[in-house]
Design a protein around this ligand. Structure first.
Ligand SMILES: [Zn+2]
Length: 444
């Protein structure tokens, strides 16, 4: 176990809070003076009353809409001349662009080094990094890995068999065989699936560590176990958010595998009730709110991430770190489904569905209104091996048995009777897809 910033990662609670309070006062004043968006927002508050984190509730939240309704320059705290890089998540909705100064890149690379180091990456590791290039700030985690002395093998998603699987098998170069991989969890599962189609057991790759982000796409505990068992490797969750900082800068899981340490000398994390907007205590699930204490180009204060998690109890972790831990992201506030008055978390639906023998890892849950009533439709693939397990039945019997089992389980667990459609293995789109669709809501 190696701590990248030993002093900052082992400070006692008083020291952490004193440091945060001092930085917060500076950040709020700087944002008010230099950022048009915050100047307008903070007009109604008394800055002198913000003496530390205990006064955070006096500060208004920042939302995605705030960011979208202000231009890049209106969100900047530095003259444009000081910028050196632009980045964007390149989503299909109106993309937001962020910019960095050299100091931002240095801080974010330190944060990423901390996260990778927390997830046990060291200079012994060769890390296969599979992410798109272009405006997506792939350079931030790369700078972090470089700081650790880890070796980076960067490829773009796609050409899975010719590229990713060949590299993992050491076919490109036997001395470049990765020991770790970082990608979307769904893509790691896709690689495993394609390997099996080629009759290659993913355990043959010899990967020891997989790093993914539950902030990029929700991954239930069950699916995480499937990932670990498939590769016979440890999977570590590392959290980043482009609106706050590039790469997995904010928090990461340690070898204790029980929550993600948030880097408290750079960020303040809060969890709020998304409805009442009140701060919640440790252990209570709500929306994650983040304040950056060091961003130079784009200060971001009390940003409502839309991610649902909780702050875990603050006892010293077995890894030696004292920085507070948050739970993995279990969904988004806009993904909680209200079906016939029953609130369903996507992670509970996924846990329940994937626990049913025969259900594959790809599925969609569609909520719609039929005749004025809420209706749930589950479309799921059948596991490839399922027909083999019950080979005395034909395909239609296997399909009907599986559909009945899903209906029965959902009725027992959630008191909801869904309609179920079973589709053949391999026919649903893979990757980062919307698995929960609420057709009752107007599209956003
Ligand atoms: Zn720990």
């Amino acid at each position: 176990m190696r701590l990248f910033e030993p002093k900052m990662e082992t400070m006692n609670r008083n020291e952490i809070e004193n440091l945060q309070n001092k930085k917060l006062r500076h950040v709020v004043t700087r944002a008010y003076r230099n950022v048009k968006m915050y100047h307008d927002k903070f007009e109604k508050i008394r800055l002198s009353e913000i003496r530390g984190a205990e006064n955070l509730e006096k500060i208004p939240f920042t939302t995605k809409n705030d960011l979208k309704s202000h231009s890049l320059l209106e969100r900047l705290a530095v003259p444009e001349m000081e910028l050196v890089r632009y980045s964007s998540a390149e989503t299909t909705e109106r993309p937001m662009v962020f910019a960095s100064t050299p100091q931002d890149l240095e801080i974010q690379s330190i944060c990423c080094a901390k996260s990778f180091s927390c997830a046990t990456i060291s200079k012994e590791d060769k890390v296969l990094q599979i992410f798109p290039s272009g405006l997506f700030p792939i350079w931030v985690p790369q700078l972090g890995l470089q700081k650790l002395g880890a070796k980076i093998i960067h490829t773009l998603p796609g050409r899975t068999k010719e590229l990713q699987i060949a590299i993992l098998l050491g076919k490109f170069e036997k001395d470049m065989k990765p020991t770790a991989a970082t990608a979307l969890a769904s893509y790691l599962l896709r690689i495993a699936e394609m390997s099996k189609e080629e009759e290659i057991d993913p355990r043959e790759f010899g990967l020891k560590k997989l790093i993914y982000s539950s902030g990029a796409e929700m991954l239930s505990e069950r699916k995480k176990r499937i990932l670990e068992e498939t590769y016979n490797a440890f999977a570590y969750d590392a959290l980043g958010l482009i609106e706050v900082a590039g790469g997995p800068s904010i928090a990461a899981e340690c070898e204790e595998k029980n929550g993600l340490h948030a880097w408290e000398n750079y960020y303040i994390v809060e969890v709020i009730d998304p409805k009442t907007k009140e701060r919640l205590g440790h252990g209570e699930e709500g929306e994650l709110v983040i304040t950056s204490l060091e961003n130079v180009a784009h200060p971001i204060i009390r940003y409502r991430t839309g991610n649902i998690t909780k702050i875990l109890d603050g006892e010293k972790c077995g890894c030696g770190r004292t920085n507070v831990k948050i739970g993995r992201i279990i969904g988004r506030t806009d993904e909680i489904l209200n079906v016939k008055g029953i609130l369903l978390h996507p992670k509970d639906v996924e846990e329940t569905l994937l626990a049913i023998p025969g259900v594959g890892t790809e599925y969609r849950v569609i909520i719609r209104e039929i005749g004025g009533l809420d209706d749930m439709l589950i479309i799921t693939e059948m596991k490839k091996s399922f027909r083999g397990e019950i080979n005395s039945f034909d395909q239609s019997i296997a399909t009907s048995l599986l559909a009945k089992e899903i209906t029965h389980t959902f009725k027992g667990t959630f008191n909801i009777t869904p309609k179920v459609e079973i589709v053949p293995y391999g026919t649903m789109k893979r990757g980062k897809v919307k698995r929960f669709v609420d057709l009752r809501k107007p599209p956003t």
